[in-house]
Design a binder for this molecule. Structure first.
Ligand code: MYR
Length: 284
């Protein structure tokens, strides 16, 4: 059984996984001042955050062109794969995975299994890495999907943005238009709830919100951290991410904790300086 793993450019993978032969990545477009860039193909995070500072218009993202995804699936079939597990950003923040699900059955050349990660970035990257390990061991798509489903049930992320307007204007904060007025002067903690971003707790400053997020995460994980991978994720805010990682390691030196960054697509919706802590269960 030869299974290909397809994901999108919002997945954050560790270096050792980026060149795996069974991995295929669909770039998601960002639109900045009328110009379209494919994430990680035409633009990388560093350049994006520089351009963002100079841009006149509010940036936007869009779903990838479906014709290109169909072409990719067909190319994978032609390379001799038997199946595709296609792992994508949460349906609560993008319609992409539902679009894939709506045509997957019509691809005659190969069996395609779209998987809604209900998350993105580092935690989704960990799902992709697990799927790649299992594909290398010739596990069936059903076994891979079962492991992914277990991971999805235990994944959580808490995030703090510097400016809520990005999320509200992009329509990615649940009830955003209704609650924005009450939140403007504070740095609320947001969380993923069944794949959508919701308000979790109202806090006054970024520093306090991050301390509180750490507390929430540690309460979830408990004293034995060995069953989890933790991601500290930042939008061009490396210094704060390092501080947060070090704070976690000072409490739990054996914790499996990585720093990741939000690329152009997520950066568009969270804005620069956002920071998040996510954690995922290790299922194997
Ligand atoms: C699209 O336009 O449909 C594609 C991209 C949508 C990305 C939406 C991102 C929302 C913010 C996610 C925060 C992640 C925190 C772990």
């Amino acid at each position: 059984m030869k299974t290909a793993i397809v994901t999108d450019s919002t997945a954050f993978l560790r270096e050792s996984y980026k060149d795996k032969e069974n991995l295929f990545t669909v770039p998601i477009p960002v639109i900045l001042d009328g110009q379209m860039y494919r994430e990680d193909v035409d633009i990388q995070a560093e350049e994006y955050y520089t351009l963002l500072k100079q841009s006149k218009d509010f940036p936007k993202t869009s779903q990838p062109a479906i014709g290109e995804v169909i072409e990719l699936y067909k190319q994978i079939a032609a390379e001799g794969y038997d199946a595709i597990v296609s792992i994508h950003l949460s349906s609560g923040i993008s319609g992409f995975v539902n679009t894939l699900a709506s045509f997957a059955d019509s691809i005659e050349e190969i069996d395609v299994y779209p998987f809604d990660s209900l998350i993105t970035s580092g935690p989704m990257g960990f799902m992709v890495e697990t799927a790649l390990d299992m594909a290398e061991e010739h596990k069936s798509p059903q076994e891979i999907l079962q492991a992914l489903t277990e991971m999805r049930e235990g994944v959580h992320a808490y995030l703090i943005v510097d400016d809520l307007n990005n999320l509200v204007r992009g329509g990615r904060l649940k009830n955003g238009a209704a609650i924005i007025g009450t939140l403007l002067k504070i740095k609320p903690i947001l969380r993923f709830d069944n794949g959508a971003i919701v308000l979790h707790e109202k806090i006054r400053s970024m520093k306090k919100a991050l301390q509180r997020s750490e507390e929430i995460v540690l309460d979830h994980i408990g004293n034995d951290t060995s069953g989890y991978r933790v991601n500290v994720i930042h939008a061009n805010n490396l210094e704060l991410a390092i501080q947060e990682r070090d704070s976690l390691l000072a409490k739990y030196p054996d914790m499996d904790v990585d720093i990741c960054y939000f690329g152009p697509v997520i950066g568009t919706h969270l804005g620069e300086k956002a920071i998040a802590i996510g954690f995922s269960p290790k299922v194997r």
